[in-house]
Ligand binder design. Structure first.
Ligand code: 5AD
Ligand code: SF4
Length: 601
């Protein structure tokens, strides 16, 4: 029997819940098991004289029940600079990375990019080194996504390639260890270890602090897993190592998890309950970023520019933010939702809300653009809209995932709004924030979607005319409400045909929406050279659309007479000359600052 199987069986026979801290259990049980059959455990513990220790002395030396409870409870009081005390069954040397080289690969959304940075920050403090060369790696970690079947299939295919790498590895090198991190580890748990025997480590989205311990166990040739979800883990004290190549902008995680339980979505099951990071720790990170020196990634006379110029606040439901870490006098105040919207959960009260956080974050540095993603349309009360309108450095860009244009489908999806309420919100947002840029997510072919429902979605795309869109074919996910209660009855080819139609209509409408910018002067934050042409530069406008323009000399409005060329992190005014569904083109007028800029249209 595989050691992990033996653990799972013991767990079940003891009536324990889900796979909690399997690594701890696997080690302990594996050792117990080894006294029965030493062949099942790769490295049975031995006394110094080489003789196997007897069962009771090994059990006594193992972790206590208190240790288990401690590791299962919230660990975030620890300072990030502290290296954890080794658990009784590991030495400090085993826990510190022995300079092993880690290769990290990220799949899925921006939350996963941020999680990669958190995982790396934790491993770096434990003595691991990072490599961007797969062949050089001692440890390969995949940060995975489960949102659609296709995303998981990509990971399985990658695992097959990595299996070959592991088998071909020369014996002269330390064995290659492979880890699955994030949503797929959480969703499939031990199924991954059973299906792919060459996976050594599993860590769910709330278990990254445990990575050094899990990897130390893997070093001894055993599989190790921690897929425990937490009610309060926000990694508030872990400063992610920002690795964005543009170096002009950064992502700051402000909340994790989701309580909405839309009927099609796996996220609440893989990322757990909603919890927000304390405002003070978010502000501290944003302040650090605003003071960080940017080094242009292309050859340049400029050695370093002061301060990152853009921060995107990140969360699964970013505008449902609620910091309850401090007691407030208005704790009984209930939450304002967008008009006509409801929640699937009992109304929450009190705490510091998104409007407060946005206000505070936008005051850190008036030259720093603030964005946020991904919001839910239910959490746009007037105070948030007003603030976006008033504050110059909060971008006038709102992602408003609709998912469908049919009220019937929206109800089946449990989105908490009708088409009419959504459209009313769009009008209200456009009145409150003139010129706002809107984007959305849509799912084609959800359970029971008829041709008439699909036509309604097409008409919503035409009515709203989004500037950006993210469109998907429905992919049924186990565990979700739709999996249990509804039928995935739209044939695959119909889903794909409807998706194609949505994409075509979205592109037509986005082209029209973006063409309104032609002839306007827009403020663009420069990112670097354009990928397509060495003579062009690329940046983003306030609406987050890509703007391409020739790299030319221009005037600096703050230094009259000085001719300059744009650097990453500069704000420049660009006159827009053409537009497509995804890009704007123009020519640069001058270098400026965010507060001095005067866009006109
Ligand atoms: N199938 C297809 N798309 C999905 N999304 C979430 N779950 C599914 C699913 N099961 C889409 C939604 C969401 C975006 C992040 O992914 O549109 O907003
Ligand atoms: Fe999924 Fe809905 Fe939560 Fe978004 S709001 S993560 S779609 S359950």
């Amino acid at each position: 029997m595989h050691p992990l199987q033996c653990v799972l069986q013991v767990q079940r026979s003891l009536g324990w819940g889900p796979l909690a801290s399997v690594s701890w259990l696997s080690l302990r049980m594996c050792r117990a098991h080894s006294s029965l059959s030493s062949t099942t455990c790769p490295s049975p513990e031995r006394q110094e004289d080489g003789a196997p220790k007897d069962f009771s002395s090994r059990l006594a030396a193992g972790p206590t029940f208190q240790h288990f409870l401690k590791s299962a409870s919230a660990p975030q009081e620890k300072l990030s600079s502290e290296v954890e005390d080794p658990p009784p069954y590991l030495t400090m040397d085993e826990l510190l990375g022995r300079q092993r080289k880690v290769y990290l690969e990220t799949y899925g959304c921006q939350m996963n990019v941020n999680d990669t940075e958190i995982a790396w920050s934790i491993l770096q403090k434990s003595g691991y080194l990072r490599t961007s060369n797969l062949q050089e790696a001692d440890v390969i970690l995949l940060v995975t996504c489960s949102i659609r079947e296709k995303a998981e299939q990509t990971i399985w295919n990658r695992l097959h390639q990595l299996k070959a790498l592991k088998t071909r590895r020369p014996r002269s090198r330390v064995p290659l260890r492979i880890g699955i991190l994030g949503c797929m580890a959480e969703r499939l748990k031990e199924e991954i270890l059973n299906r792919e025997k060459m996976v050594d480590v599993l860590a769910g989205p709330d278990a990254y602090r445990d990575l050094p311990r899990l990897l130390a166990i893997a070093e001894s040739g055993q599989q190790a897993a921690n897929v425990l979800l937490s009610l309060d883990e926000t990694y508030a004290d872990v400063m992610p190592v920002q690795t964005s190549p543009s170096a002009t902008s950064a992502f700051v995680s402000i909340m994790r998890g989701c309580d909405n339980m839309c009927s099609y979505c796996i996220v609440p099951f893989t990322r757990g309950r909603e919890r927000s990071r304390p405002v003070a720790s978010i502000l501290e990170e944003v302040k650090k970023l605003s003071e960080q020196v940017i080094r242009p990634p292309w050859p340049s006379k400029v050695l370093g520019l002061q301060g990152l110029k853009e921060v995107t606040l990140l969360g699964q439901n970013v505008n449902s933010f609620r910091d309850n870490s401090e007691v407030q006098f208005n704790n009984a105040v209930s939450t304002n939702l967008s008009r006509g919207f409801t929640t699937n959960y009992k109304a929450k009260q009190g705490g510091l809300r998104f409007a407060h956080l946005l206000d505070q974050v936008s005051r850190v540095d008036p030259e720093m653009r603030i964005r946020f993603t991904s919001p839910h349309p239910k959490d746009f009360p007037d105070e948030v809209l007003q603030l976006i309108h008033e504050r110059d450095n909060i971008c006038k860009q709102i992602h408003l995932p609709a998912q469908s244009g049919s009220s019937r489908v929206l109800e089946a999806m449990r989105r908490g709004y009708s088409r009419e309420a959504y459209v009313e919100l769009v009008h209200h947002i456009r009145e409150s924030i003139p010129g706002v840029s809107l984007s959305s997510d849509f799912i084609a072919g959800f359970c029971g979607e008829t041709e008439e429902d699909h036509v309604q979605t097409v008409s919503l795309l035409r009515e709203v005319q989004y500037n950006m869109g993210f469109l998907f074919a429905y992919s049924m996910r186990q565990k979700t409400r739709a999996y249990h209660r509804l039928k995935d009855d739209v044939p695959e080819e119909v889903k794909l045909r409807r998706l194609e139609e949505l994409i075509t209509v979205f592109r037509e409408e986005a082209t029209k929406a973006n063409q309104i910018s032609v002839g306007c002067t827009q403020l663009v934050l420069v990112e670097g050279p354009s990928k397509r042409s060495a003579t062009d530069l690329c940046g983003r406008n306030d609406g987050n659309l890509k703007v391409i323009f020739p790299d030319a000399e221009m005037e600096d409005v703050n230094n009259p007479g000085l001719r300059v060329r744009a650097q990453p992190g500069d704000y420049v005014l660009v006159k827009i000359t053409s537009a497509s569904s995804q890009t704007l083109r123009g020519h640069v007028l001058c270098r400026t600052t965010l507060k001095d800029s005067s866009e006109n249209c």
